[in-house]
Design a protein around this ligand. Structure first.
Ligand code: HEM
Length: 483
C-alpha cells in the first residue's frame, strides 16, 4: 500500500482569489456579528428595535453567516485540494462571481424589499407575509439563493471532475478500495478523501434545496401550484443542515494539511479515517430529522432514525479527527503560534458544540427544547469556535512569514478574548434555552433580560477579539504571498 506524496508546496488554486475570498468572508462575518449584537441587545431592551427590523436583521444574519461560513470553508477546500488535483481557476472565478450576485440579491430582498422570512424560507411563509413584504422581495430572495446554489453546483462539478481525472473515480478518491479490502495503491491524502465526501453529499443537498426553491418560486406567482408543506420542510431542513455542516467539513481540511507542518507528523489516510469519511457521507444526509421531531405528522421511523443518527453522527469524524489530533500533538514538541492555536481550538470547539446537539437530538428532550435558544446555543458554539476558528487559523497560516515562529502576546490576548467571549455568549444561549426561552422572538419578557444583557456583553468581547484577529490578517496580507 503506497501513501500519498508529501505535502506539495505548490497548489493549482488561485492564491490571490483565495486570499481575497477569506478577506471577504471575514468582513462579512464582522458585519453580521454587529447585526447579531444589535439583535441580542434589542432582546435585552438595551436598545429599542422595531420587530420588523429585528426579523430583517435575523434573516440577513442567518443567510449571510451561513453563506460566509460556506464561502470560507470552500476557499480552504479549494486551496488544499489544488495541491493534489488540477482545478480550473475560471471555475472558481465563476463560482465567486455568482455567489456575489446571490449575496446582492439576498441583501436587496431584505433591506430594500423588506423580506424577513428567515434564511430557512419555510414554505409557504415567503408567500404569506401578512403585508410585511411584496412578492417581488420574496422572489428576489429566492433567486439570490438559487444563484448561490448554482455557484456551488459549479464548484462541486469542478472539484468532482478534477478528482475523477486524478484518481479514476470518486470511489477511489474516497479510498473505497482501502475501506472495503484494506489495500490500495496511491491512497488519496486526507484532503482528497474529505473533499470527495463533501462534494458528493453537499451536491445532493444543494439539488434538493434547488428543487424546493423552484417550487417556492412558482408558488409565489401561482398559489394553486402547491407542495405538501411537511415535504417542503423536510427538503428545506435536509438542504440547510447538510449545507451548514459541509462548511465545517470543508474547513477541517486546513487542520489535516497545516498541523503536520507543526508536529512533523504526516496526517495519515488510515483505513479508519477513510471509513469515517464514508460514514459521514451517509450520516450527514440522514441526521436532519432532529429538526422535525416537533412535527407530529412525521413518520415515526424517520424520527427514530434522526435520533439514532444524531447520537452517532459525531463519532466517525470528531472521534477520528479530535482523537487523532491529540495523538499527533502528544509529545510532538509543537511550537505554538496564532495559526496552530486557532486550528486546534477549531477542532476542540467543534467537538464541544456537538454535545448540546446530541442532547437536543434525543426525542424526549427535543420536544421541549428544540424551539428554544438551546439550538442557537449549540450551533453558535460549533460555528464560532469551530468553522470560524479554523478559518482564522488558515488565514493566519496563509499569511505567516517563512521564518516567523513567535506567538506574540497581542495574538495570545486576542485568542483568549475570542474564546472567553464566545463561551460566555453561547453559554447564555444554552442557559436561556434550558429555561425554555423561545428562539426567534424579537421581544423578550423582562424576566429574560438579564441573560440577554450578559450575552450582549460577551458578544462585545468576542467581536472586539474577532476584529483584532482579522486586523492581524490584513496587516500580514500586505506582505508577499505564500505560494
Ligand atoms: C458576535 C457574534 C454573533 C452574535 C452576537 C449573534 C447573534 C445572534 C442572535 C441574537 C440570533 C437570533 C437568536 C434567536 O433566535 O433569538 C442569531 C441567530 C443566528 N445566528 Fe448568530 N450571532 C453571532 C455569530 C454567528 C455566526 C459566526 C454564525 C455562523 C457562522 C451565526 C449564525 C446564525 C444563524 C444561522 C442564526 C439563525 C437565524 C434564524 O433563526 O433564522 N451567528 N445570532
Amino acid at each position: 500500500m503506497t501513501q500519498y506524496m508529501p505535502v506539495a508546496q505548490k497548489t493549482s488554486a488561485n492564491i490571490t482569489a483565495i486570499r481575497l475570498t477569506m478577506l471577504l468572508g471575514a468582513v462579512v462575518f464582522l458585519l453580521l456579528m454587529l447585526f447579531g449584537i444589535v439583535m441580542r441587545a434589542a432582546q435585552g431592551q438595551i436598545i429599542n428595535l422595531e420587530p420588523t427590523v429585528f426579523y430583517q436583521l435575523m434573516t440577513a444574519h442567518g443567510a449571510g453567516m451561513v453563506g460566509a461560513a460556506a464561502l470560507t470553508g470552500s476557499a480552504i477546500m479549494w486551496y488544499f485540494l489544488g495541491r493534489y488535483v488540477q482545478l480550473s481557476a475560471l471555475a472558481y472565478n465563476v463560482f465567486l462571481g455568482l455567489f456575489l450576485v446571490g449575496v446582492v440579491l439576498v441583501l436587496g430582498a431584505v433591506f430594500v424589499g423588506g423580506f424577513a422570512g428567515a434564511w430557512t424560507f419555510l414554505y409557504p411563509l415567503p408567500a404569506l407575509s401578512g403585508g410585511s413584504w411584496e412578492v417581488g422581495a420574496a422572489t428576489t430572495f429566492v433567486l439570490g439563493l438559487v444563484a448561490i446554489g448554482v455557484a456551488y453546483l459549479i464548484f462541486y462539478l469542478e472539484t468532482g471532475r478534477a478528482m475523477i481525472a486524478a484518481y479514476g473515480g470518486l470511489g477511489r478518491a474516497l479510498a473505497w478500495p482501502l475501506v472495503f479490502t484494506g489495500k490500495m495503491d496511491n491512497v488519496p491524502p486526507p484532503a482528497v478523501i474529505a473533499s470527495a465526501s463533501v462534494t458528493v453529499f453537499n451536491t445532493v443537498g444543494i439539488v434538493v434545496g434547488a428543487a424546493v426553491l423552484v417550487v417556492t418560486l412558482i408558488n409565489l406567482y401561482v398559489p394553486s401550484f402547491a407542495i405538501d408543506p411537511l415535504l417542503a420542510k423536510n427538503f428545506i431542513y435536509f438542504f440547510g443542515h447538510v449545507f451548514i455542516n459541509a462548511s465545517i467539513y470543508m474547513a477541517v481540511i486546513a487542520v489535516y494539511e497545516i498541523l503536520p507542518l507543526y508536529t512533523g507528523r504526516k496526517w495519515k489516510s488510515s483505513r479508519l479515517f477513510a471509513i469515517a469519511w464514508s460514514a459521514i457521507l451517509l450520516m450527514a444526509t440522514s441526521v436532519y430529522p432532529h429538526h422535525m421531531m416537533q412535527d407530529v405528522a412525521m413518520p415515526g421511523w424517520l424520527l427514530v432514525m434522526g435520533q439514532l443518527v444524531s447520537f452517532g453522527n459525531s463519532l466517525p469524524l470528531l472521534g477520528v479527527t479530535a482523537f487523532s489530533m491529540l495523538a499527533y500533538l502528544h509529545r510532538s514538541g509543537i511550537k505554538w503560534d496564532l495559526a496552530s492555536a486557532l486550528l486546534v481550538i477549531g477542532v476542540l470547539g467543534w467537538s464541544l458544540g456537538a454535545v448540546p446537539a446530541i442532547i437536543d437530538g434525543t426525542i424526549s428532550v427535543n420536544r421541549v427544547m428544540h424551539n428554544t435558544l438551546w439550538v442557537p446555543g449549540h450551533f453558535h458554539t460549533y460555528l464560532l469556535l469551530g468553522e470560524v476558528a479554523m478559518s482564522l487559523g488558515f488565514m493566519a497560516w496563509l499569511t505567516k512569514g517563512d521564518r516567523e515562529s513567535a506567538f506574540a502576546p497581542a495574538e495570545k490576548a486576542a485568542i483568549t478574548a475570542y474564546v472567553a467571549g464566545t463561551l460566555g455568549f453561547t453559554f447564555m444561549f444554552l442557559i436561556s434555552g434550558a429555561t425554555s426561552i423561545p428562539r426567534r422572538w424579537a421581544i423578550h419578557f423582562p424576566e429574560w433580560h438579564l441573560q440577554d444583557r450578559i450575552a450582549t456583553a460577551f458578544a462585545a468581547l468576542l467581536i472586539a477579539a474577532f476584529f483584532t484577529l482579522i486586523t492581524f490578517y490584513v496587516v500580514r496580507l500586505l506582505r508577499p504571498a505564500r505560494a
